[in-house]
Each structure stands twice: as structure tokens, then as C-alpha cells.
Ligand binder design. Structure first.
Ligand SMILES: [Zn+2]
Length: 336
């Protein structure tokens, strides 16, 4: 599992702000209680004193410190008990005065079991979804909203099956891919077929589901991706922010690349695309690509290196049917 440096920074900034707010709240509450119960403040000071005494005794050289440590410990316990009784008699729940960490798993250190704690990774996933939400209408994206009614139920003699049954199987592969990520049977999917058949919808559903599980997911249209590579090459990004964008495409856990073939395919684009594909494949990182091009068209458009990577390393998912947007328009026109 990797993290977008931008999401990581933002997650840690949010955690630090939440901790600061919690500390301030705790300090205000303590001050309020001290005003009501001056005796509580004296007791807290005395308790801190016994801790310091125990530490000082333990560090003393020469004599055996155990008796002094034990005496400080006993005094500490007695003071704690008096404090508890004072709070109870004032009707204050002792727990509200405890400065407990926000995350009991990592004690607000951000790491648990030698790995980033779920309090950080959960916020990273939130940031990832926020970012996808700026590109896609996330609310709409749900495998359950993929409507088979737009696909003909009659058997297509050329295929020996109906478009509906074939598309049901395609949707199932996509759902399965997202649900079993990153241990999905096929590492990479290639969704292809005519316009308006649901390729973008299903690939975006995968993006949302995988990002929701905490895997760093980047969605881009081929046109946007190519533009960013060109910006970096020709130094058009000015502040160098484009370089970070390009690295996201290379390093994310899942790259969803929409509408491959819609970009201007110059020699530079061919080489950038090959580098990206090759680098991700070598690193074992996942990709979902959608395109209007079948493999014959891919071979006609791209270099043999790009075509062979797509052919050899991706599970092909052909889409069938008639443009759904067109069918929806017809339906609207037929309404009285
Ligand atoms: Zn934590």
C-alpha cells in the first residue's frame, strides 16, 4: 500500500490539528475544574511530585533505591485515591479529566505494529476520495447502479449470446476486481468498445471502491495524462508541480486511465506511454484502462512495444450494445 505524498501531508496536518484542539480542550476543562475545586490543583501537583520523587530515588547512586521508590509509590496511590473521592463528591467523572490520546491504537504517534496506523491511512483514503470527487460524480458510482436493461436481451447470432448476459459478466469481473483488490486474478483490465456503453462508469466504480479500501488510486483521462507529461517535458508547469502529478501516475496502487486513444499520439506520447506502462508492470502495480480501440486498432495506432504490453498483460473486457446516452435521449423524446 502506498500513499500520495499530498494526501499523506494533509492527513498528518489534520491529525496534528485535531490533537492540538484536544489538548486545548483538555487544558480549558482542567482550568475550569481547578477554579471550582482548588484542592484538586494541589492534589495534582502533589501527585506529580511523587512521580518526580520516585524517578529521583531510582536514579540515585550508591544506596538501594527500592525503599524510597516504594514509599513514593504508596504516597502516589493514596493521593490518587483522595483525588478520586474529591472528584466523585463534586459530581465530576474522573474520565473527563483524563488526557487520553485520540487514537488508542497508536497513542497518537501515527504508527502501529511498525506500520502507518489506521488513523492516518483512513484520512489518506478520505483525501483520495475527495480528490476523485473533484473529477467524478462519486455519489452516482455504484456497481448496483449499473443497469442491464440498456443491453439487449435477445441472442446476438454472431456472438451466440445476448449483449445483456455478456455485459452482466463484464460488470461482475469489474466488481470482483474491485472487491478482491490487490489480490484480483487479473492485475490489469482493458475495457473496450463503442461510445456510451458504460466503460467509464464501470472503471470509475472500480476507482471509487479501491480508493475507499485505502489503496492509493489515481483516475485520469488519457488526454489529461498526456498533457501533464508534455507540461513536464517542456517545463510548462512552472513551479514543478507537474512532476509530482506525473509521479502519481507512476507510483499509485491503481491507475485508472480513461479513454485511451483519444489523445494526440505523437512520438513523444508513444514513448511516455510505453515508459509508464512498462514501469508500472515491472513494479507489479495495477491498471484499469478503457478505450474505444480493440486490439487490432491498438496495433494500428501504437508502437509494437505499447501494443504488446496491452495485449500480453491486460485482461480484455469487450463491451457490447447500443450507445446508452442515445437510448436515454430516445426515451425522453418518446415521453408525452
Ligand atoms: Zn492511530
Amino acid at each position: 500500500m502506498s500513499f500520495d505524498p499530498k494526501h499523506w501531508r494533509e492527513a498528518n496536518r489534520r491529525l496534528a490539528a485535531a490533537r492540538e484542539e484536544k489538548t486545548a480542550r483538555h487544558a480549558a476543562l482542567t482550568r475550569e475544574c481547578y477554579q471550582k475545586l482548588p484542592r484538586l490543583e494541589q492534589l495534582d501537583r502533589a501527585i506529580q511530585g511523587t512521580v518526580a520523587q520516585a524517578v529521583a530515588a531510582a536514579l540515585q547512586h550508591g544506596s538501594d533505591p527500592s525503599a524510597a521508590v516504594e514509599s513514593a509509590r504508596r504516597e502516589n496511590l493514596a493521593l490518587q485515591q483522595t483525588r478520586l473521592e474529591l472528584l466523585r463528591s463534586a459530581g465530576i467523572d474522573p474520565q473527563t479529566l483524563e488526557d487520553a490520546p485520540l487514537c488508542p491504537l497508536c497513542g497518537d504517534t501515527g504508527r502501529h505494529d511498525g506500520k502507518p496506523c489506521s488513523c492516518v491511512t483512513g484520512l489518506c483514503a478520505e483525501e483520495n476520495l475527495k480528490e476523485l470527487g473533484r473529477q467524478l460524480n462519486l455519489e452516482r458510482l455504484d456497481f448496483d447502479r449499473f443497469q442491464l436493461r440498456w443491453y439487449d436481451a435477445g441472442v446476438d447470432p454472431a456472438l451466440g449470446a445476448s449483449h445483456r448476459s455478456l455485459m452482466e459478466a463484464v460488470a461482475e469481473v469489474c466488481r470482483d476486481y474491485a472487491e478482491t483488490f490487490p489480490r484480483c486474478p487479473a492485475k490489469n483490465l482493458y475495457l473496450y468498445g463503442g461510445t456510451g456503453l458504460g466503460k467509464t462508469f464501470l472503471s470509475a466504480c472500480i476507482a471509487k471502491a479501491v480508493a475507499g479500501q485505502g489503496y492509493w488510486t489515481v483516475y485520469a483521462t488519457a488526454g489529461d495524462l498526456v498533457r501533464q507529461y508534455e507540461d513536464v517535458k517542456f517545463n510548462r508547469d512552472g513551479d514543478g508541480s507537474g512532476r509530482e502529478d506525473v509521479r502519481r501516475y507512476e507510483n499509485c496502487d491503481l491507475l485508472v486511465l480513461d479513454d485511451l486513444g483519444s489523445e494526440m499520439t505523437t512520438p513523444f506520447v508513444q514513448s511516455a506511454l510505453y515508459q509508464l506502462l512498462n514501469q508500472r508492470l515491472l513494479a507489479g502495480r495495477h491498471m484499469v484502462i478503457s478505450s474505444n480501440l480493440d486490439m487490432d486498432a491498438v496495433r494500428g495506432r501504437y508502437t509494437p512495444q505499447v501494443a504488446s504490453r496491452l495485449e500480453g498483460e491486460f485482461q480484455e473486457l469487450p463491451f457490447f450494445g447500443r450507445d446508452i446516452r442515445l437510448q436515454q435521449k430516445e426515451e425522453r423524446q418518446q415521453r408525452p
